[in-house]
Each structure stands twice: as C-alpha cells, then as structure tokens.
Design a binder for this molecule. Structure first.
Ligand code: GTP
Ligand code: MG
Length: 305
C-alpha cells in the first residue's frame, strides 16, 4: 500500500488493521478516494494479516507447534523458558538495575541471527532503546563469541532510540509497515518499555493515563508478534526494595505494571558476582523454580558451579 493511500485511510479514520478489516469496500473506497477493487484488496490483506476466520482446533494446535524459539545462550535459562524465547509471544524481563535485562536484549539480538541448528531463526532484530544503554561494542563481542561475523551481525540489527513515550508509540505504529517490508525481522526488543512512561506520567493522578498509553503500546507489540510470527522482548525496571516515599504503587506491588498483558514474565535478580537468578512469574504452563545464569565477557552463559 502506498503512503498516499495510507494517509487517506488514516485521515478517514481507518488507522488500524482491525478498522480496515471490518470496513465495507464501498465505505473504504469513498472515504479514501480509492477504486473499489483497491479497497477490496486492502480489506482482504488486512483480514489475512489479522487471520480473521474460524480455525479448527487442529489448526490452533499446529500454530502452537509452529512456535519457534531463540536460544539465550544459557541452557539453564532456555530450560526455564521451555526451550528459549518464543515467537508469537511477548516476553518480559523485569528486575532491579544491573540484573541483566539489557544484556539479555543484546544477546537475543545476536542469537536470533544464528541458524536454526544453533538455536536461532536466521533472522534480524529491531532494537528500540529508550534509555540509551545499547552498546555496539557489546554486540560485536557477543557476535564474535557466537561465531558470527561482527559487522554482519551489527548490520542485521535495526536500532532506534525512542526519545519519549509518544515517540515510542509512533515507532510501534511504524513497525507494522517496517516489518511487512522487512520480513526477516524475527525479534522486536524494547529496552525498557516503561521508563519514558514512568518519567512522564508522574503522580497518582496520572497513573490511569499512563497505564492507558502503555497498554496501547503493549497491544501494538503483541499484535506484531502474532501477525508476523516474531518474538517480542520488553524490559521493565523494578526496584528490589520499593521505597514508599518515591511512591510508585505499580513498583511497590512488585512491578505488576504489565500484569494483565498476555505473555511470559521473567523476574531477574542479582546474585553473587556475575551470577543472576531468573524465575518465571505467573505462567502455569512453564515449570516453577529458579535458575542461575551468568553474564560473562562473551555474553549470557550458564553459571559455572
Ligand atoms: P538497568 O537497565 O539499570 O535496570 O539494568 P539491567 O537489568 O539492564 O542490567 P544490565 O543488563 O545492564 O546488566 C549490567 C551488568 O551486566 C553489569 O553489572 C555487568 O555485571 C554486566 N555487564 C555489562 N556489560 C558487560 C561487559 O561488557 N562485560 C561483562 N563481563 N559484563 C558486563
Ligand atoms: Mg538496562
């Protein structure tokens, strides 16, 4: 779809795939000033993209079996995740500063590029950085350690710094089109998903507005995961000892900002030295318990005994 048609659709109020999918060809044609046949084609594309039709239970099963996984480079962490980071799913890593969230994001943006037999998807990564903590040097080191050509690995990561929460949401909107054009993207990373929202919407009176905006953003990301069969990874800094004076109730109750969003939530904790502890939260289908991994020069690894 051309940008001009897209703009017309948006101006006419058809700003989401869902809105287009349920429109009538006549309405769409008139509103956007496009030929009826074009409107019909766009509606069909939107429906196909959203996969709007009845599925049989067998198809649902096959879809689940098609879920693919990206290794974290730690067998223990992969095991905790049921084999690795899943496509079609949003995986949240939350934990205090220094717990390893950003390091895992770097590692996955490298590992997604590995061939399937090495635990990757031969894919590319989109990396949305809200805190300015992305380091190409780290990608270079992790790529070398993983046996990838460092320059190629860096070339396969589309990086964007999100300036504020509105920009972050705008990027989410643009990703729809970007990934349609770059189907080799197999993971979208947002590190951190919450920081701009927290910084901009301070105080109790703004909590509802903040949650609403954040939900919109999370919904954008979930849809990408489903439509394009890719993995979405988000991070969320949560204080280890919530200080009530800084009164962020969502943090105080254990960082449940993203509590109701479907996906896998992994809590990270610092342990001794380079060791970190990971634990799955509220996922009945995954094994309970904690595992230990390490952050080394080469990246995420199993912890040595
Ligand atoms: P916040 O973003 O502050 O909430 O923390 P985070 O959870 O993103 O932590 P991050 O992933 O940045 O982990 C930081 C830890 O990773 C550091 O304390 C180091 O132990 C380790 N680390 C970061 N860079 C390197 C590196 O180049 N080499 C090694 N060996 N360890 C590193
Ligand atoms: Mg970080």
């Amino acid at each position: 779809m051309g940008q001009a048609v897209l703009n017309k659709l948006i101006d006419a109020g058809y700003s989401s795939l869902e809105a287009i999918a349920v429109a009538s060809p006549q309405d769409l044609s008139v509103a956007a000033g496009i030929p009826l046949t074009t409107a019909q084609r766009i509606i069909k594309e939107a429906r196909d993209a959203l996969d709007i039709r009845f599925k049989t239970a067998l198809e649902v099963k096959k879809e689940r079996m098609n879920v693919r996984k990206i290794t974290t480079s730690s067998q223990a962490l992969d095991g905790l995740l049921g084999g690795g980071i899943e496509t079609r799913t949003m995986t949240e890593f939350f934990g205090e500063f220094g717990s390893g969230k950003t390091q895992i994001c770097h590692q996955i943006s490298v590992n997604v590029q590995l061939p399937p037999e090495k635990g990757g998807l031969s894919g590319k990564a989109v990396y949305i950085d809200t805190e300015g903590t992305f380091r190409w040097e780290r990608i270079e080191a992790m790529a070398k350690a993983a046996g990838l050509d460092p320059d190629t690995a860096m070339d396969n990561i589309y990086y964007m710094r999100a300036i504020n929460s509105d920009h972050q949401i705008a990027i989410g909107d643009d990703l729809q089109e970007f990934i349609a054009k770059n189907p080799s993207v197999k993971v979208v990373i947002v590190d951190s998903v919450t920081s701009h929202f927290r910084a901009e919407y301070t105080g109790r009176e703004n909590l509802a507005a903040r949650q609403q905006k954040l939900n919109k953003h999370l919904h954008q990301l979930t849809r990408l995961a489903e439509i394009y069969d890719l993995a979405v990874i988000i991070t969320n800094q949560v204080m280890a000892r919530p200080d009530m004076f800084y009164g962020d109730p969502t943090v105080a109750v254990g960082g449940h900002t993203l509590y109701h969003v479907p996906g896998i939530r992994v809590q990270l904790k610092k342990s001794r030295g380079n060791k970190r502890i990971a634990r799955i939260v509220d996922a009945p289908h995954l094994p309970e318990g904690e595992i230990v991994f390490a952050i080394t020069e080469e990246g995420i690894r199993d912890a040595e005994e």
